[in-house]
Design a protein around this ligand. Structure first.
Ligand SMILES: [Zn+2]
Length: 156
């Protein structure tokens, strides 16, 4: 059909979806990547190789996951948030219930679980955003290009 005008709306929705060309799996949402550890390109559950370690590449589609670098941002940010949260809860528990001291050992697994869970979420969300926005690490330009970049000192 050479007609490029607006196509007529089909009466049967099932017929419309059957007529769509096969475009492969849809790109998963940022939330799905973060919550389920999905590959940001194909949606397979291949993002992580360990509890918080990324796989080097997706085993389903071959996406180079190691090429992304989410850096230490999630770890530093979550350490501050989780530290404040756990200390606040420990103080609250002590003041409200005055339990025996051994009860405070609960904060060790709570902290470990919180760190692992929140790191997976944060790293998954960041890699999904990096993939969607085609973000890559900044590389210093070659020295010839660097010389052409105006310096702040030259203005004063
Ligand atoms: Zn994949």
């Amino acid at each position: 059909m050479d007609d490029t005008s607006t196509p007529p709306r089909p009466a049967d929705p099932d017929a419309a979806s059957a007529a769509l060309p096969a475009t492969g799996p849809a790109v998963p949402s940022v939330q799905a990547v973060a919550l389920k550890g999905l590959c940001p390109r194909c949606g397979a559950g291949t993002l992580f190789d360990g509890p918080i370690r990324f796989a080097p590449s997706c085993r389903a589609c071959g996406l180079d996951i190691a090429g992304f670098d989410v850096g230490d941002g999630p770890a530093a940010f979550l350490t501050l948030i989780l530290g404040a949260l756990v200390v606040g809860l420990a103080i609250w528990l002590e003041l409200a219930l005055s339990p025996p001291h051994w009860v405070h050992l609960i904060w060790i697994p709570v902290t470990i679980g919180g760190v692992i869970g929140s790191l997976r979420l944060a790293k998954g969300a960041l890699i999904a955003l990096e993939y969607r926005n085609a973000a890559r690490e900044w590389a210093a330009p070659p020295s010839a290009e660097r010389a052409a970049i105006p310096q702040d000192d030259a203005r004063s």
